[in-house]
Write a protein that binds this ligand. Structure first.
Ligand code: SF4
Length: 331
């Protein structure tokens, strides 16, 4: 039986930002994929490159200075890096690949009604024709993200919604055109815990109903554990460990992943002192030649002066750390 092609396949992606001080690579040789009905979590500290990776998928890079230097972003057999800006905006961005941002107010325009804003992508991408059809469809989509009395809220403005409801509206905009891939960048980080749980539940339901492949960016390992099928851990612009959630949480194999997990409290366990990850990520204008985590790693050794390859540990679990060399041989 042949495995279906991933909904999104990112191969060896390199993104460069030209700054006055030089050129940095916030995304440096990053590869990952996500299938239909699957959720991939990209986790890491702030500045690890996870958001820039996802902005690169849709080529929403800072201008001037940001560019995709190399690599592929393949959706439905099309390499998005090869499209013109016009083709990308017309046929892909917001329709077949959509994005939910961290702060709903950056996606919502305060002077337009919610109904107009949810309906706009439907008209732009010619999913529906005419204002009336857009309005009807917008009410359907708002109901799908569980906005109570959706048809009565179409003429309300964003400020008339609570934070959690605004995030639902943004999610409605993201799923309105029934995309194959939805990228959600820290969608729950501004919400309190009970609303977070509801949003996670909502994403699960949306995925069940539509089959959308989700890439979830988060710095919250608890959120990642609760919703993601697979996890990719990013550090200093590279993926240092990836694998099925269960395997990665049970046996984290990169010292950076271990440090991230040691820094979160565990329910039901006797309180132990949480371990803070010391030090700072490297300056990406002048990254270390070898393992980028070496300056912070308690296990660093002379061999780490060379960048470790991805060691395959079985069942899709891999880690770029020399400590895994023997385990990979045995796997
Ligand atoms: Fe630490 Fe070396 Fe592994 Fe890097 S390769 S995480 S420095 S042990």
């Amino acid at each position: 039986m042949t495995t279906p092609a991933p909904a999104l396949n990112v191969e060896n992606l390199v993104t460069e930002l030209s700054l006055k001080r030089g050129v940095l690579r916030p995304v440096d040789d990053v590869s990952f994929h996500v299938h239909k009905r699957e959720t991939l979590g990209i986790v890491g500290e702030s500045g690890s490159g996870k958001s820039m990776t996802c902005l690169s998928v849709l080529r929403l890079l800072p201008k001037p200075g940001g560019r995709i230097a190399s690599g592929k972003v393949v959706v439905a057999g099309t390499d998005l890096t090869q499209l013109t800006e016009r083709e990308l905006a017309r046929d892909w961005r917001g329709s077949r690949v959509s994005m939910v941002t961290q702060d709903p107010m950056t996606s919502l325009n305060p002077v337009y009604t919610v109904g107009d804003q949810v309906g706009a992508p439907l008209v732009f991408h010619r999913i529906v024709h005419g204002a009336r059809a857009a309005r009807t469809r917008a009410a359907d989509v708002l109901a799908r993200v569980r906005i109570p009395s959706a048809d009565k809220r179409l003429d309300d403005y964003p400020h008339q919604f609570s934070g959690g409801m605004r995030q639902r509206v943004v999610s409605a905009m993201a799923i309105a055109c029934e995309p194959e891939v939805m990228i959600a960048d820290e969608p729950t980080s501004n919400l309190d815990v009970t609303i977070q749980v509801k949003m996670i539940d909502l994403y699960r339901k949306i995925q069940e109903e539509t089959g959308v492949a989700i890439v979830l960016i988060t710095h919250d390992m608890g959120v990642a554990a609760s919703i993601c099928d697979r996890i990719a851990v990013m550090y200093a612009g590279r993926i240092v460990e990836s694998g099925p959630s269960r395997s990665l949480f049970r046996a984290p194999s990169h010292p950076y992943t271990q440090a991230l997990l040691a820094s979160i409290p565990k329910l039901g366990r006797k309180a132990k002192r949480l371990t803070a990850l010391g030090g700072q990520p490297p300056d990406l204008l002048d990254p270390p030649r070898g393992c980028r985590f070496a300056p912070r790693c308690p296990h660093a050794m002379p061999k780490c002066d060379a960048y470790p390859p991805d060691f395959h540990l079985g069942k899709g679990h891999r880690a770029a750390c020399w400590l895994n060399e023997d385990a990979a041989r045995a796997a």
